[in-house]
Design a binder for this molecule. Structure first.
Ligand SMILES: O=P(O)(O)OC[C@H]1O[C@H](OP(=O)(O)OP(=O)(O)O)[C@H](O)[C@@H]1O
Ligand SMILES: Nc1ncnc2[nH]cnc12
Length: 183
């Protein structure tokens, strides 16, 4: 995938077959995040559809763990605060939680119960969407907290696993930078 600045971001993603389980093609973004031009381009490309309309966004929410790397940078670029959604048991104050299943397991994510003010307009960020289990659970937490989702943005979409379609079916706008098919 060639960006507006001519950079091929996809070649910075490393693929590791059979991790963490046989049959999974793991799309490793640590190689892209470690590349200075790659990280900047990824953040810029995630942010650009929202930059002009940033007055419509109150907070950025990122999903543990890889969504924190991207989400923090996006929040900084848009001049907004950052709220984490974390795996169960990691947040210190009162939380609300949501169970979900993902490509290779089951888990629970949580958000601080007071992190979102009713009516807050949220940009949801994660590194990758596969089945959409994580993002749908995050959307559920945001809605239960009284927030509105402006859009959800990811660097990688694995479209064969249906996650972006699940979000769009729920009326959530989705922005992604590249796809890996055949997973
Ligand atoms: O669309 P899904 O099928 O839900 O999968 C996508 C999720 O899986 C990965 O996180 P993971 O749960 O591996 O956690 P990590 O970021 O802590 O490694 C990825 O960062 C997304 O959050
Ligand atoms: N195939 C994959 N590669 C990297 N992260 C993932 N999260 C869920 N599926 C994944």
């Amino acid at each position: 995938m060639e960006l507006r600045n001519g950079m091929d971001l996809k070649r910075l993603v490393r693929t590791i077959p059979d991790y963490p389980k046989p049959g999974i093609m793991f799309r490793d973004l640590t190689t892209l995040f470690a590349d200075p031009a790659g990280l900047r381009a990824a953040v810029d490309e995630i942010v650009w559809p929202f930059f002009k309309a940033k007055a419509q966004i109150d907070i950025i929410i990122g999903i543990e763990a890889r969504g924190f790397i991207l989400g923090g940078a996006v929040a900084h670029e848009l001049g907004r605060g950052f709220v984490p959604i974390r795996k169960k048991g990691k947040l210190p104050h009162k939380t609300i939680g949501q169970d979900y299943s993902l490509e290779y397991g089951v888990d629970t994510i949580e958000i601080h119960a007071d992190a979102i003010k009713p009516g807050d307009r949220v940009l949801l960020i994660d590194d990758l969407i596969a089945t959409g289990g994580t993002a749908v659970a995050a959307a559920e937490l945001i809605h239960r907290s009284g927030g509105e989702i402006v859009a959800a943005a990811f660097i990688i979409d694995l479209p064969d696993l249906g996650g972006t379609a699940r979000l769009r079916d729920k009326g959530i706008a989705v922005h992604t930078l590249m796809e890996f098919e055949g997973d």
